[in-house]
Design a protein around this ligand. Sequence first.
Ligand code: ATP
Length: 263
Amino acid sequence: MLNLTNVQIVYDNTIEAVREASLTVGKGRIVALLGSNGAGKSTTLKGISGVLYPEDGEIKGGQITFENRQLTGLAPDEIVRAGVVMVPEGRRLFDQLTVEENLVMGGYTRSLSDARRQMERVYGLFPRLVQKRSTVSGYLSGGEQQMVAIGRALMSSPKLLMLDEPTLGLAPQVSEEIFEIITRLCRQEGMGILLVEQNAQMALAIADYGYIMENGRVVLDGEADKLLRNDDVREFYLGFGEGGSRKNMRDVKHYKRRKRWLS
Ligand code: ATP
């Protein structure tokens, strides 16, 4: 479904935030994109969504395709119409608007009748939002705001949903609720999910496959259960290491870069 091949993204013509990154998300698959702060995860999602230009970011090399269609160069709304939608970090709701008005904004690419159908579907997925439909979203809890942000993205009926740190700042129980919904969207509706998360343990627990980025590069990838058992991943991202200090993956002697996309 989604394929990135050797993608390079540069800010201000100077800062290379993503270097030769390649990844794939198939239909009905949950793919986790992990890595420490500044690794290039958000930039990758913005590149796929076509929203780099306000930050002077540009895709300088490689290819991004969705269902064999080139996404690079398309306007953000065309990418949404193609079926690829991002829930940005920090939710970015219209705080002054009600829950329902936020959802309406997410349905801008759909016909009125379709938007109505999608809204009922969103309320079905997040029953908690039904009684809050007239509440100004700025007054909601963090978890409820995240549900509205996901709901707003679902209004355009995406085939691929990308989420940038959806559980950031949320209590564990609320995070679990969000992860359950993500899993349901994938397993029941066949949606592809690209999930950027700081919480590697939780992300890999629901993911089928994972990629780990460092300094703009994909340095490791594999089936999620294998990554969960990988000693380096356990030490650097899951906090199971000895000695305390967080090393860089590149420093590990046994670490081998695996370029699956070249094989
Ligand atoms: P985080 O978890 O902190 O969001 P990340 O993995 O998502 O990290 P990015 O936000 O994609 O990383 O940042 C990748 C690199 O690009 C970093 O070095 C960052 O400083 C740089 N960068 C990000 N946004 C911009 C921007 N608008 N202008 C210039 N450099 C940027």
